[in-house]
Design a protein around this ligand. Structure first.
Ligand code: PGA
Length: 239
């Protein structure tokens, strides 16, 4: 079963989210469709079709307390989220996310009953130096340290150089990298953990990406913002 996850990032307030979801009825037999909306738009997701899972893009690790501007996992659950993205590269780059804080977020989210899409990925300098496997292993080892049970875990491999750039990783690169991630996950967990690819996925390249070994779905930013494109992307990737 493939997973198609949309990440709206800081796009679509309540009105646009409600309009998008009212019309979003992808033909997705045997696929999981997930949409991560901005916090304030969670309250505008009541009209989402049953098969569309609604989630958030970040979560704080404490259940409550003096953390001005933060949102807890319990609050997300109360607002209707069933999953949460953790450690997206934009959180790492602009908001000081580390493997250690990401680990705490993932644990808090899973403990509160959310599924977690845990993001990892190397930047261009690391890819060019050829040390990406070491980098990804470190992110996985430290980021997933407190997660002993993988039932609610999804890992997303998103090379930083491919996010929002239109430069999608080629399928050989994806296959080699996902095989490395799979090896780590198989060793740590006794359950299958889905691995998504993310970074400039579109309705045009999704079929090849989804047909690649160890790719269990995609995490989509830009192309997910148009519901017609996202529907086409799901159709093309789910063949
Ligand atoms: P993109 O973003 O599809 O626009 O490259 C993907 C992501 O950041 O999750």
């Amino acid at each position: 079963m493939k997973i198609f996850a949309a990440n709206f990032k800081m796009n679509k307030g309540q009105k646009e989210t409600a309009e998008y979801l009212a019309d979003f009825n992808p033909k997705c037999n045997d696929a999981r469709v997930m949409v991560a909306v901005p916090f304030t738009s969670l309250s505008a997701t009541k009209n989402a079709k049953k098969q569309v899972e609604i989630g958030a893009q970040n979560v704080h690790f404490a259940p409550s307390g003096a953390y001005t501007g933060e949102i807890s996992a319990e609050m997300l659950v109360e607002a209707g989220a069933t999953f949460c993205i953790v450690a997206h590269s934009e959180r790492r780059k602009y908001f000081g996310e580390t493997d250690e804080t990401a680990a705490k977020r993932a644990k808090a989210a899973i403990d509160a009953g959310l599924d977690v899409i845990f993001c990892i990925g190397e930047d261009l300098a690391v890819r060019e130096k050829g040390t990406f496997k070491r980098k990804l292993t470190t992110q996985l080892k430290n980021g997933l340290k407190p997660i002993d049970d993988s039932t609610h875990l999804i890992v997303a491999y998103e090379p930083v150089w491919a996010i929002g750039t239109g430069k999608v990783a080629d399928v050989d690169t994806i296959a080699e990298t996902h095989a490395h991630i799979r090896k780590f996950l198989n060793k740590k967990y006794n359950k299958f953990v889905p691995i998504l690819y993310g970074g400039s996925v579109s309705e045009k390249n999704v079929a090849g990406i989804c047909a690649t070994k160890n790719v269990d779905g995609v995490l989509v930013g830009g192309a997910s913002l148009d519901s017609a494109r996202m529907k086409e992307l799901i159709l093309n990737g789910n063949k």
